[in-house]
Design a protein around this ligand. Structure first.
Ligand code: AVI
Length: 323
């Protein structure tokens, strides 16, 4: 990423975004494979980010409220570990809600929210800068599933904040690559505060991804509407149904869009066939035990310092240090 900043009202803005070409190539590759698939990052256009925010408020979706409970309860200890005046980079910052629970206590020199959803990122970053006038905000529109250049604000302590268990949306090999990238970002002695959803009863998991109001279904289907808008495609979302199941062998929730009838879809001039009953695999959400996550983090050079979990063992937040 070129870290040349553009001043936008109260914030600095940096852009490295998936181009339409990249998107077209990735969608084509996914829909041409035997098990059709779409990269989950394409959920997050403006509408998708709003739908995700609605998911976080659902009664069935326990991760957000459990993580917020942990952040509230343990903020002083977390702040002490992060230290004051660091460069604080948040991956997948979305609405930048959770960071508010730590900001006053850690008073970072610079806060860098990173997200793929451009408009949502800018709005959230500007709102944050308005609410915390002492805070310098450098928002970066980044597809962090691809390598990005390390922002270098000069010497000092670097911390990364990666809440929400978004690490679970990466295949384990990609999660390791991402953690290594975060390690390069924070450098020796730098820290990572990361939220990780825990393995648990399949019923609780499946309810969290099949809510009664159908918000998760809308979120899943919105990826098709996003492709229609960006790539001149003609998906009819009514031809697909949301499906989410826990795959206990792989330790992950799988989201699919199941095709309801035989039909074809045209995307940017290329025609794709869909058969009734076949699915497009749209997302994995891996769940980790504390030990499994420590093992993954260790491969990226991170040592566990502290882990917080709720009483029911639903969710974990780890503080890890590089080296
Ligand atoms: C962003 N991510 C951690 C969410 C999850 O739980 O895997 C995305 C999501 N998909 C369906 N519901 C929520």
């Amino acid at each position: 990423m070129s870290f040349v900043a553009v001043r936008k009202d109260a914030i600095y803005f940096h852009e490295l975004h998936a181009t339409a070409d990249t998107m077209a190539a990735e969608i084509h590759a996914g829909l041409s494979s035997e098990q059709k698939a779409l990269p989950p990052k394409y959920f997050y256009d403006k509408k998708g980010s709003e739908l995700f925010d609605a998911i976080t408020r659902l009664p069935e979706y326990y991760p957000t409220r459990t993580e917020i409970g942990l952040l509230r309860r343990h903020a002083p200890e977390m702040a002490e570990l992060l230290g004051m005046q660091s460069f604080l980079i948040e991956l997948g910052s979305g609405s930048s809600t959770k960071i508010r629970l730590l900001l006053e206590a850690v008073r970072p020199r610079i806060y860098v929210p990173m997200d793929i959803s451009r408009e949502h990122l800018i709005t959230a970053a500007q709102r944050l800068a308005d609410d915390y006038p002492w805070l310098t905000v450098h928002a970066a529109c980044v597809d962090y599933s691809r390598p990005w250049d390390v922002p270098d604000f000069g010497p000092g302590r670097y911390n990364a904040f990666f809440p929400g268990s978004s690490i679970g949306n990466f295949e384990p090999g990609d999660a390791l690559r991402l953690l290594r990238q975060v390690g390069r970002l924070v450098g020796a002695g730098g820290g990572l505060l990361i939220g990780v959803d825990l393995k648990k009863d399949a019923d609780i998991l499946e309810q969290a991804y099949n809510d009664a109001q159908g918000v998760t279904a809308d979120f899943n289907l919105n990826v098709l509407a996003h492709i229609n808008r960006r790539l001149d495609a003609d998906f009819n979302t009514g031809n697909f149904a949301h499906k989410a199941v826990y795959n206990a062998v792989s330790g992950r929730i799988e989201m699919h869009l199941e095709c309801r009838k035989d039909h074809t879809v045209c995307i940017g001039g290329t025609r794709y066939s869909f058969s009734s009953g076949e699915t497009i695999h749209t997302e994995n959400s891996y769940k980790y035990s504390v030990e499994e996550f420590h093992g993954l983090a260790a491969q990226a050079g991170f040592s566990p310092v502290r882990v917080w979990t709720d009483r029911e063992g639903l969710f974990s937040i780890h503080y890890l240090k590089l080296g």
